[in-house]
Design a protein around this ligand. Structure first.
Ligand SMILES: O=C(O)CCCC[C@@H]1SC[C@@H]2NC(=O)N[C@@H]21
Length: 246
């Protein structure tokens, strides 16, 4: 992964750029990565934006062709990407790194990285997958400093070389992708569950617009979040529940 890296000085969104290459039938090898210096219209999950100071952070999109996965197994890919980012971050900081379901990466109580995966399907299989990853690296000033952090802020360094970090990250992604391909993906699901943010703690959630107190138990093989509310186990899809971090 990352053997073929397309470096861009400035782009609206690396995910969109890669998707356009694909839709123009450009022959691209699996593992091709787009790495942008300045991504000025980054996309986040659920229609949100991903804001990144030019030249400071890692903003990348990687092309995968996980034909061995069906639509029902989309979450397996998402979990293995989250694991790869977590493992790489753990090599940089001793602080606890967790995953806020489905794939926000947190260090302590602050978000450091986000993942946006866009899949192209063929029948019930995944034909192509654009793995968009944004990781805050050298940026230290944020509009919402109470909820966002960066590697620089955590480690008191501001001289990280983004291209070098990207190469390390791609190696981590390759490793987890190989594991996904060769082993039962329950193996990675177990590890993903060990990393779950707020797991086992009584916390507030927003469920259908209503505040509820619940305890996260696990994420199932179907990617649904299992939360104990009023002594009953509920299963949620991404649009049905959100963590209420105030
Ligand atoms: O946390 C999120 O909401 C997901 C953020 C994903 C951001 C990355 S940065 C590189 C890639 N290109 C985009 O437009 N978005 C993803």
């Amino acid at each position: 992964m990352g053997q073929n890296i397309i470096y861009l000085d400035k782009v609206a969104s690396t995910n969109d750029y890669l998707r356009e290459l694909l839709s123009n039938f450009k022959p691209l090898a699996e593992g091709t990565a787009i790495l942008a210096e300045d991504q000025f219209q980054g996309k986040g999950q659920r229609g949100s934006t991903w804001v990144s100071e030019p030249g400071k952070n890692l903003t990348t999109s990687i092309l995968l062709k996980p034909h061995f996965l069906s639509i029902e197994q989309q979450f397996a890919l998402s979990a293995s990407v989250a694991i790869a980012v977590v493992k790489w971050l753990k090599s940089k900081t001793k602080l606890p790194v967790t995953v806020k379901w489905p794939n926000d990466i947190y260090v302590g109580s602050k978000k450091i990285a986000g993942i946006l995966i866009e899949n192209k399907l063929k029948g019930n299989k995944i034909d192509a997958s654009i793995i968009g990853i944004g990781i805050n690296i050298n940026q230290v000033n944020f509009d919402t400093a109470t909820t966002i952090t960066s590697l620089s802020t955590l480690t008191d360094r501001d001289d990280y070389v983004i291209k070098d970090l990207a190469v390390e990250l791609f190696a981590s992604l390759q490793k987890e992708y190989n594991t996904l391909y060769t082993q039962s993906w329950r193996f990675q699901l177990d590890y993903y569950n060990e990393l779950l943010f707020w797991k086992g703690e009584e916390k507030p959630f927003l469920v259908a617009g209503e505040k509820k107190i619940g305890i996260i138990k696990a994420v199932g093989i179907d990617g649904q979040l299992q939360v104990l509310i009023d002594n009953k186990l509920h299963k949620f899809n991404i649009k049905e529940i959100s963590h209420l971090i105030s």
